[in-house]
Write a protein that binds this ligand. Structure first.
Ligand SMILES: Cc1ncc(COP(=O)(O)O)c(C=O)c1O
Length: 361
């Protein structure tokens, strides 16, 4: 392995160890199952003695660790998900990475984990993408998914916040997301989050607890779940890994962000673009009854999931206590498809980025 020390800017020294051989030539970009193919390198930083250090870019691979690390036993683990896009002019833009950095630190605070500076977060991404630049796809609809993760590494079985942590950045090229309309189930037995809990944090346990209800829903033929509030199950919160947005009588309606709902970057982006386009937006509590009655009366004309992975995925059918409610055909949904197109055009640098969302490397 060749070793060198790269100074990214005045602030940070990042040690770079290059992989001897790239796996790029053996990678078929037309067959990219999500999250399975990783680029040649990863970024790592370690926290000890109350500070981050040992910043390095190194070949992607296993990290040696004790089986006693507290992340494995008590779940101090958080992550993020964001994307880099190959712009029309060949440059690479990371979409709204500052929002993911802010959310990462909110998750860290709730899980009693240390915050990470935007320098480490952003310069780590820049250093990693610089060395793995060829892994950023240029085909239409493709992107490089960036997965920041932090986990507790104290080899200690006592229940208390760890003293040591590892921060890592992994990247995985992803292909276009063909969004067939989803069949979703309104979940009224299991819950994702409750007031005072950790629903707003992107922490491992939120996803672990969702797996069993999701598998049960899949057995019934559903693609995804709609979570409701843990107290009454009368109010809609969000979907499995996306926020929910409805169009009711021409207005965009979305459940307000609260301690039980993840504050999605895509949701925020869509709200901003909708307002700019003169569409009225309401962020408020949205009841199951309002949506189901509205589908029956025809006032609810659109429902979609909004998230980094899928951007805008139409919901075709909603199941509630065994009854199926069918939404209008996705081809009629001009508001959401128009916003989705604008969003994609900004991400790929096809139209001016007037909100300054693309962080160009
Ligand atoms: C539970 C949950 N809600 C919403 C979202 C959408 O958030 P974003 O648009 O930032 O990807 C995600 C995905 O990150 C998620 O996991």
């Amino acid at each position: 392995m060749q070793q060198s020390t790269t100074k990214m800017n005045e602030a940070l020294d990042i040690k770079v160890t290059k992989a001897q051989e790239s796996r790029l030539t053996g990678t078929d970009f037309s067959q990219l199952p999500f999250g399975k193919v990783f680029s040649d390198h990863m970024f790592i930083a370690e926290y000890d003695n109350e500070k981050w250090g040992n910043l390095q870019v190194l070949p992607f691979g296993p990290i040696p660790m004790s089986p006693a690390i507290s992340a494995l036993h008590y779940g101090q683990a958080i992550f993020e998900g964001m994307k880099a896009y190959r712009q029309e002019n060949g440059k690479i833009g990371v979409f709204r990475g500052n929002k993911n950095h802010e959310r990462f630190n909110r998750s860290a605070a709730r899980m009693s984990m240390p915050s990470i500076s935007s320098d480490i977060f952003m310069q780590g991404i820049a250093a990693l993408i610089e060395i793995d630049e060829k892994w950023v796809p240029s085909q239409d609809g493709y992107s490089l998914y960036i997965r920041p993760v932090m986990f507790a590494t104290d080899p200690y079985l006592g229940v208390r916040p760890s003293d040591k942590y590892t921060f890592a950045l992994l990247t995985t090229p992803t292909g276009p997301y063909y969004s067939k309309a989803l069949k979703v189930k309104i979940e009224t037995e299991f819950t994702r989050a409750d007031e005072g809990g950790v629903g707003f944090a992107k922490t491992a346990g939120n996803y672990a607890r969702s797996l069993y209800p999701f598998a049960e829903a899949q057995k019934e033929g559903y693609d995804q779940l709609i979570w409701t509030d843990a107290v009454s199950h009368e109010y809609i919160e969000e979907a499995g890994t996306a926020n929910l947005i409805f169009v009711i009588e021409g207005k965009l309606i979305t459940p307000s962000v609260r301690s039980t709902v993840l504050d999605g970057v895509t949701r925020d982006t869509i709200i901003t673009l909708a307002k700019k386009a003169g569409i009225e937006v309401e962020e408020r509590r949205v009841s199951v009854k309002e949506i189901l009655d509205g589908i029956e009366s025809g006032s609810v004309t659109d429902a979609f999931a909004a998230g980094t992975a899928a951007t805008v995925t139409p919901i075709g059918e909603i199941g509630y206590n065994g009854k199926i409610f069918t939404l209008p055909d996705p081809s009629t949904r001009t508001i959401s498809s128009g916003i989705a197109k604008t969003l994609n055009d900004i991400r790929y640098g096809l139209i001016p980025d007037e909100f300054g969302w693309n962080w160009i490397l």
